[in-house]
Design a protein around this ligand. Structure first.
Ligand code: FE2
Length: 301
């Protein structure tokens, strides 16, 4: 098994135009809980050990502000920053004790296409909640749109040590642990931005129960429920009140270095199908549009 310096996706920061409405949706409806409040920012945790998995920032419009990964306790963050620089990125904050909730040591940098990435180590875990039947445990993956997928993949490989697991016609699936994918890079013609954020549910049953809660609150399923090709994970996609696509997922394929990397020819569907089960209706135009509509937030520091 590869020895990854980065071992997990810890959290995602999103800009939203109405923080109060976002709190209602992401707690009451989506099933997260408040970990900490800061001025114009809300930190939300899932049921697992991560201090927080989602940070919502009050802003003018919805946007992807940052993606935070966790590194091993002894990973050399200064060397990581040097690699980011060499790969066409820019260090915003060098390695230092962070004042973000959850603490630890962190580095912030831009990748070679302007995304804000953070890597944190030795952050303080929370005590996990008792297992629940309908709540997410942690983040599963973030799917990012790229106008140059090869360049984005190369940066993740060279700087963070990711490995390719599969390449479909439109997406590259990369990993930093035994999960089939932790980041997905989607080909996008126009702009880089957020495609969707996926939250790991403890089971297929939990995906279904969570989907039912969304429907109860007037948020229909945007795509799914189904079982993906690459990664074999169960999925249900939704569009949040601000046009951001979020996913419940479960049963992500576990892989090691013996996994045969698939190519576009391995991931085709018979006519009319978009998932293994053949029960997910074709993705709605609204969902396709939303998956291309969330830009990167403007970098202010
Ligand atoms: Fe996904």
């Amino acid at each position: 098994m590869s020895d990854f310096p980065v071992t997990a996706l810890r959290s995602v920061d999103l800009d939203v135009p109405d923080l109060a409405a976002a709190e209602t949706f992401y707690t009451t409806v989506w099933g997260l809980a408040v970990a900490e409040r800061r001025p114009n920012a809300l930190y939300l945790h899932a049921t697992g050990a991560d201090h927080h998995v989602l940070v919502l920032h009050q802003a003018e419009t919805a946007a992807l502000r940052a993606i935070t990964f966790r590194a091993t306790p002894d990973a050399d963050l200064a060397a990581l920053g040097a690699r980011a620089l060499a790969a066409g990125g820019r260090v915003i904050h060098p390695p230092q004790a962070v004042d973000w909730p959850g603490g630890g040591t962190g580095i912030t940098f831009l990748d070679n296409q302007g995304r804000t990435l953070r890597v944190v180590q030795n952050d303080t875990p929370r005590t996990p909640d008792a297992p629940t039947a309908d709540r997410a445990t942690h983040l599963s993956h973030v799917n990012i749109n790229s106008t140059d997928t090869a360049a984005t993949v190369a940066f993740l490989f060279d700087v963070l040590g990711f490995r390719l697991t599969d390449r479909s016609k439109l997406m590259a699936f990369v990993r930093c642990n035994s999960d089939h994918h932790v980041v997905v890079i989607a080909d996008a013609a126009a702009t880089c931005g957020l495609n969707h954020v996926a939250f790991m549910m403890p089971s297929l049953e939990a995906v279904m129960r969570g989907a039912g809660r969304l429907i109860d609150h007037g948020t229909p399923i945007a795509w799914g429920v189904g079982r993906h090709g690459p990664g074999d994970n169960v999925f249900a996609y939704f569009i949040d009140p601000f046009g951001i696509v979020v996913e419940y997922t479960a049963e992500v394929l576990q892989v090691d270095d013996a996994y045969r990397i698939g190519g576009p020819g391995d991931w085709t569907w018979p006519p009319g199908r978009t998932d293994h089960w053949g029960i997910a209706p074709p993705k709605s135009e609204a969902c396709k549009h939303a998956q291309l509509a969330i830009p990167l937030a403007e970098v202010t520091a």
